[in-house]
Design a protein around this ligand. Structure first.
Ligand code: FES
Length: 106
């Protein structure tokens, strides 16, 4: 079964994207030409893949690592619950249908 998500661009445009099992959320966004720089290549050290998740989804994913949290707290628009680094989110079928919003650029 295909995992599909809705990504909301910084200008509010919505994109329906398929999420393959071998991709992180960052890779889904980047590979579909959304403006996610991912300059660290997915190693949780640049914060250019900062996204907002719905709070219920963020809660389900569990705690962020200390490194992820430290980067996010300095990122533009940081939200205590919904902010995540997309490169740290692995594919999971249970994430089918989620809505992901790109955070502002730093
Ligand atoms: S791609 Fe650099 S922190 Fe996610």
């Amino acid at each position: 079964m295909t995992t599909s998500i809705t990504a909301v661009d910084r200008d509010g445009t919505q994109h329906s994207l398929d999420w393959e099992e071998d991709q992180t959320l960052m890779e889904v966004l980047r590979d579909n030409d959304l403006p996610v720089l991912a300059s660290c290549g997915g190693t949780a050290s640049c914060a250019t893949c900062h996204v907002f998740l719905e709070e219920t989804v963020a809660e389900r994913l569990g705690e962020r690592s200390p490194d992820e949290l430290e980067l996010l707290e300095d990122a533009a628009g940081y939200r205590a619950c919904g902010s995540r680094l997309a490169c740290q989110i692995e594919h999971d079928q249970s994430l089918h249908g989620i809505r992901v919003e790109l955070a502002p650029e730093n």
